[in-house]
Design a protein. Structure first.
Length: 157
């Protein structure tokens, strides 16, 4: 058994270095080091994280909305897939895009970025909730890829 972790472990397993196309993953940093693939975020992983936020931080109103958005997106994805279409309609993609951005704006409002003083060079540590929000914001295209390409599954389970 190989004891390596991260990209070194993946390279030692000799699977991902040879993959081309789309990979659906949990957003670990080591996956992003593979440049010859298209990245999609596993929404089942996101739902688990959102459930954790909802259960442990009930004041986080955005998390319930985002969970509902993901589930609505999945319903539309599955319906369009069963209809034999290649992608979700522009109408639905635009609607989901606007709601996504609105929720992220609310999320940042409920969890402002930590301020750093001009004298300190250290970054202030972000909370787990804020890290999730930043990931959802920074990797929006990868989260929503399953809407643009119906060949991409909602999750990797």
């Amino acid at each position: 058994m190989n004891q390596k972790r991260g990209q070194a472990g993946m390279d030692a397993a000799d699977v991902l270095p040879h993959v081309h196309g789309i990979i659906v993953h949990d957003c670990r940093g080591s996956y992003w080091k593979y440049q010859d693939v298209t990245h999609a975020i596993c929404c089942a992983h996101l739902l688990r994280e959102l459930n954790g936020v909802i259960e442990n931080y009930p004041e986080q109103t955005w998390a319930v909305r985002f969970k509902e958005l993901l589930l609505d997106m999945k319903k539309v994805h599955d319906k369009e897939l069963l209809s034999g279409k290649d992608e979700v309609s522009c109408y639905h993609r635009h609607k989901f895009d606007m709601e996504y951005d609105s929720i992220i704006k609310t999320a940042y409002g409920e969890n402002p970025l930590p301020e750093t003083s001009a004298k300190k060079r250290d970054r202030k540590k972000k909370s787990k909730v804020l890290n999730l929000i930043c990931r959802l914001d920074n990797y929006k295209e990868s989260v929503c890829l399953f809407l643009k390409n119906l060949c991409v599954p909602f999750d990797n389970n």
